[in-house]
Design a protein around this ligand. Sequence first.
Ligand SMILES: [Mg+2]
Length: 333
Amino acid sequence: MACPVDEFDLIARHFDWPARHPEVSLAVGDDAALLDPPPGTRLAVSTDMLIAGRHFPLDTAPEAIAHRALAVNLSDLAAMGASPLGFTLSLGLPQTDADWLARFASQLRTGAERWGCDLIGGDTVGSPVLTLSVTVIGSLPAGKALTRGGARAGDRLAVTGHIGDAALGLALALGEESLPVLSPSAAAYLRERLDYPEPRLATGRALLPHASAALDCSDGLLQDIGHLLASSDLAAEIDIDAIPVSPAAAEWLEARPADWTRLVTGGDDYELIVALPPEVEIDPVWGLTVIGRLVDGPTGEIRDRQARTLPQRRGYTHFPASPSVDKGEDVNG
Ligand SMILES: [Mg+2]
């Protein structure tokens, strides 16, 4: 039910809970938050903005929006090997719906506690479109970080988890025509993976001393590998058959084998893509699958094992306003 916005009321009711990190000396409620990172640490800062109808379908549940807003930002910290400290949330709300806000804030708190990231501040404004901006702050040992630029020829390229579930989940969410008929459990799994991405924080932290480069997979596997190659001035050879897919995605591919291109160019997986020097022994707890290796060659080029160049079609990160809206506009645009 819509009611007038009272910002102070709203913050007090939904967004004020105690900070847990000793580094967070002052969180929500003053003019600014105060952080006191201990000597020997550095801060990593990343921000991401989400607009309803563009970055998630308009009918997305408030729980999924809250999860996504925090998870996609934390995924960037994971990709740097950083540990979360806190985040700010700026909300542009078309109306103040008490039930929506309660559900949103409850899920946000669940995520914040689970991932160990304190809410340290934010802002709320009225807005014609639901808009969220999250800025996360993480910590790293001084002088350390996983960047996109440190990889060398000969390093193995590996990914966490499964690739492509979110792209398939999106096709389902948008109700695309003539999709393969999946088992209900496979369809539910793919939707869940779209709505509830998991930031690979533990793996990012564990890889900090081992990986030579890393980034998270948000725009699409091949395009994101291209970003790493551009920063590291390298090319890559990928074994397409080695790319890990979930049982649900395998079910899809069995019906529509040509859709493997969706899996490697669709976005929103939020898995990590890492480069590992040859001497690094891969620990199974990292959950990595080696999918290829980095080579000297034309910077940014990705080839398969048959030496065919793979197209890095721009990943699909923007959602049409609703399934009924013209989908041609910004798909892969
Ligand atoms: Mg990223």
